[in-house]
Design a protein around this ligand. Structure first.
Ligand code: SAM
Length: 258
């Protein structure tokens, strides 16, 4: 399915930034991944963009994981969005009581033979808890399943609990009151990326997109580490960015997770 077609169908449904949606779609077309893992699904908008690209290729599959508690929370649901666009066959939606950490446990176990875990995924998107403890661990677990040359994408690079605290008391089961001032105010994804991912010996190519709040790492071994910071609207354009900013403001005002 062409990008414009799926973009029109998904118009106004959060959460992926339209520029990042285009990046994901193009990356999938360019690299023909066999297996994609998305951790944190919500309405499934990013998943559907990737499924549309897989549909252009006619091959590949996506596993998308979320919390069981989110099952009836998002309207439209990922299942509804996939069915509406006729792309369900490319995606497996999985929900776990305690989230993707235990899914990753199960997946590592399934992939392990004689104490060796066979990597499976070409692309992994971490877009869930934004919590140091959970997503710090998630990085090391996802890394075991990411193939050499694969891409790791983190959304919400600059997100903080302090920002979320302006409109709710807890995020995905983490009570803001229990956090230190430092933990409230420090972007955990940034810390994970800067302190864990960039220092990891198996990763050497990094890209930061401050405007779209994305950090990307490629699993390549090299003594020479490359770190690029990219500003600019990207291929989608200013109109979508303004629409996206407006959506974020509206959702910040009305969105209250249970
Ligand atoms: C920002 S939304 C994901 C948006 C989606 N990736 C997109 O761009 O369309 C974050 C999602 O992560 C989920 N989440 C948060 N913590 C999680 C965890 N520990 N395990 C699984 N899902 C989690 C939330 O339920 C929510 O649906």
């Amino acid at each position: 399915m062409k990008f414009e077609t799926i973009r029109r169908q998904l118009e106004g449904v959060p959460f992926i930034h339209p520029v990042n949606a285009r990046r994901l779609y193009d990356w999938v077309l360019e690299h023909s991944p066999e297996q994609i893992l998305e951790l944190g699904v919500a309405h499934g908008t990013a998943t559907v963009y990737m499924a549309a690209a897989l549909d252009e290729l006619g091959t590949g599959s996506i596993t998308s994981v979320d919390l069981l508690a989110s099952e009836h929370h998002y309207v439209p649901s990922p299942e509804q969005q996939l069915a509406r666009s006729g792309l369900s066959r490319y995606v497996r939606i999985v929900r776990y009581e305690t989230g993707y950490s235990w899914f990753l446990h199960d997946e590592i176990k399934r992939q392990t033979t004689n104490d060796v875990c066979a990597p499976k995924y070409d692309l992994c998107i971490i877009d869930g808890s934004k919590n140091w403890t959970i997503d710090g661990g998630t990085f090391f677990l996802a890394d075991k399943l990411l193939r050499p040359g694969g891409l790791l994408v983190f959304d919400d690079y600059s997100w903080t609990y302090a920002l979320a605290d302006q409109r709710r008391d807890a995020t995905d089961g983490v009570s803001h009151r229990q956090l230190s001032a430092d933990e409230l105010n420090t972007p955990a994804v940034r810390e994970i990326f800067e302190l864990l991912v960039k220092q990891h010996p198996d990763y050497a190519e990094f890209e930061l997109y401050p405007i779209e709040d994305w950090a990307v790492a490629r699993k390549v071994k090299s003594e020479q580490k490359r770190y690029q910071v990219s500003y600019g609207a990207g291929p989608v354009g200013i109109q979508d960015m303004l629409r996206d900013a407006a959506m974020r403001l509206i959702r910040a005002a009305v969105f209250r997770p249970r």
